[in-house]
Design a protein around this ligand. Structure first.
Ligand SMILES: Cc1cc2nc3c(=O)[nH]c(=O)nc-3n(C[C@H](O)[C@H](O)[C@H](O)COP(=O)(O)OP(=O)(O)OC[C@H]3O[C@@H](n4cnc5c(N)ncnc54)[C@H](O)[C@@H]3O)c2cc1C
Length: 522
């Protein structure tokens, strides 16, 4: 690490999921000077981070920025939105469930003005991914999770899926694919897969525990200078000769833009921030996967083996008119995940399991904004959960809770269960299930969309299909904030694919050949 150098070719703000991919790809050219500014510490050698199964202990820890939510009129106002503060970002903190996006998820992006982001272009990037992505290992397949899969399949008449990434599916139950090593339980995070092997590159500088808080213009008016707070509290200005690449995630990327005067002009003026670029879309379109939870006490302790305690799941399509994609998803937990039910007064069983139905393409859309011009003040997040006028999100959760009960009543899963703890068998009507489901709701931790990509002439788009700040040179955004709509599935792999695509857009390297036409292209 060269503290003297403050000018690089590329400055990557955020060494998270997308940032790690970009850092590795751009520094492949030894003549290209790449600097990563990362707010958190290194993950190298830190077992707390590297062991996947420890993920649950990272929630709310020193590695979590821990964002709160605005009062939710129809949802749960107590959700803590975990966002990782460590190299690798949320891929160092999450459960590493790895799904390719559905072709229709990407077709939706193209319809929204994102030329060049269709499935034929994006899905072949799976051959470039460096992460080890495998179905949950045999030794990690807990008997109760296996029986959940069997009960879901027989009870609901859906297939058992051996590999969710083999082909698009409409419904099915099975063990997930995870980015990990089943032999060691070590993560194959973006940091492990992309950064660890290249950390000794002399042209790659990692500035850790360093916080970017303002973008400044250079002499040509481009936003290529970044003010950062160093670990010792001092302040530096770093400069990119080529481009600044914002990879700070769906909350911190728009936050940094707003602090830099890039956002809705009225909002910025109200806070006394000088308007550098009036971009009304910054902070709008806050997307997520909302979920609820049903908890059961089991007849006794469960076998201990697992990859990360939520190894299996279920997808259903309730409405065939909506196309081939599933419209309801469940995670199955072999531990009682009771943060929200406990707050509502439900007992916490010593031994238990739960199911968490979620809304894959939620229709309620939120927004985020700054509370203050002070960079230290956390932004406001209002997800507006369950506010879509048709009541689609609420309906999905009610259906999900009913279906969860059906699965729980089906052998062999039913043989493990002593009683339903939350919400309890008396909660049966739509109205009561909705009330419980929304009050106990949680996030699947997938915020996205707050700097959405769109056509050059779309006034609410923040970046164009080349991921450039619309109408500006020298600044691109590469992270979950650019998603115009939420993919049906857990989004980390979509972020990785988008970052691989971005590396090609930046370097003008050709895209990989369509899948099946060529050996894996690395
Ligand atoms: C608990 C949890 C579980 C999840 N489970 C899954 C899962 O199993 N499967 C899945 O597909 N998705 C999962 N997700 C979601 C997924 O991990 C994220 O959507 C994805 O990793 C986001 O990638 P990103 O590059 O947009 O941001 P991040 O990975 O969050 O990267 C942002 C990085 O920027 C840094 N940063 C932020 N602001 C600044 C600043 N101002 N200065 C310097 N550095 C900064 C942060 O420290 C961080 O390293 C989960 C998320 C969480 C939190």
């Amino acid at each position: 690490m060269d503290d003297e150098t403050t000018t690089y070719d590329y400055l990557i703000i955020g060494g998270g999921t997308a940032g790690s991919v970009l850092a590795a790809r751009l520094s492949e050219d030894p003549a290209c000077r790449v600097c990563v500014v990362e707010g958190g510490p290194s993950d190298v050698g830190d077992e707390r981070i590297l062991k996947l199964r420890n993920w649950i202990n990272l929630l709310g820890s020193e590695f979590d920025y821990g964002y709160t939510t605005e009062e939710q009129a129809r949802g749960n106002s107590h959700i803590l939105h975990s966002r990782a503060r460590v190299l690798g970002g949320c891929s160092s903190h999450n459960t590493l469930i790895s799904f390719l996006p559905f072709p229709q998820d990407l077709e939706e992006w193209v319809r929204g003005g994102c030329d060049g982001w269709g499935p034929e272009t994006i899905l072949p990037y799976r051959s470039r991914l460096r992460n080890t992505i495998v179905p949950v290992g045999a030794a990690d397949r807990n008997a109760v999770a296996q029986d959940f899969v069997t009960a879901a399949s027989t009870g609901l008449g859906v297939p058992v899926v051996e590999d969710f990434n083999a082909r698009p599916f409409t419904d099915g139950a099975g063990f997930f694919s995870l980015a990990y090593d089943p032999a060691t339980n070590n993560r194959s995070s973006a940091s492990v897969a992309y950064l660890h092997p290249v950390m000794d590159r002399p042209n790659l500088t990692l500035r850790l525990e360093t916080w970017a808080y303002r973008l400044l213009r250079d002499a040509e008016g481009r936003f290529t200078r970044v003010q950062v707070r160093n670990p010792d509290g001092s302040v530096s200005t770093l400069e990119a000769e080529a481009e600044v690449l914002l990879c700070a995630g769906a909350i911190d990327t728009p936050r940094l833009l707003l602090l830099s005067g890039i956002g809705p002009a009225d909002q910025l003026r109200d806070l006394g921030i000088e308007v550098g670029a009036d971009m009304p879309g910054v902070g709008e379109n806050l997307l997520d996967h909302p979920e609820s939870v049903m908890v059961w006490e089991t007849r006794g302790p469960l076998p201990p083996n697992s990859a990360m305690d939520s190894d299996a799941g279920l997808f259903l399509r309730r409405d065939a008119a909506g196309g081939p994609r599933p419209d309801l998803m469940f995670h199955f937990y072999q531990v009682p995940f009771t943060t929200n039910t406990e707050r509502l007064g439900y007992p916490v069983p010593e031994h238990g399991v739960c199911m968490t139905p979620n809304v894959p393409r939620a229709r309620s859309v939120g927004r985020m904004w700054l509370r203050s011009a002070d960079p230290a003040v956390k932004p406001a997040l209002d997800f507006r959960y369950f506010t879509d006028p048709e009541g689609y999100d609420e309906r999905t959760i009610v259906d999900g809770l009913r279906i969860a009960r059906e699965v729980a009543a089906t052998a062999p899963l039913s043989d493990w269960l002593l009683r339903e703890v939350a919400p309890g068998p008396d909660v049966r009507s739509d109205a009561d299930l909705s009330e419980y489901g929304r009050r106990a709701a949680h996030t699947v931790y997938h915020p996205a969309g707050t700097c959405r990509m769109g056509a050059e002439d779309d006034p609410l788009a923040v970046v164009d299909p080349q991921l450039r700040l619309r109408g500006h040179d020298g600044l691109r955004i590469v992270d979950a904030s650019v998603f115009p709509t939420m993919p049906t599935i857990n989004p980390m792999v979509t972020v990785l694919l988008a970052a691989e695509r971005a590396a090609d857009l930046i370097t003008a390297r050709p895209a990989p050949a369509p899948l099946g036409t060529e050996a894996a292209d690395r």
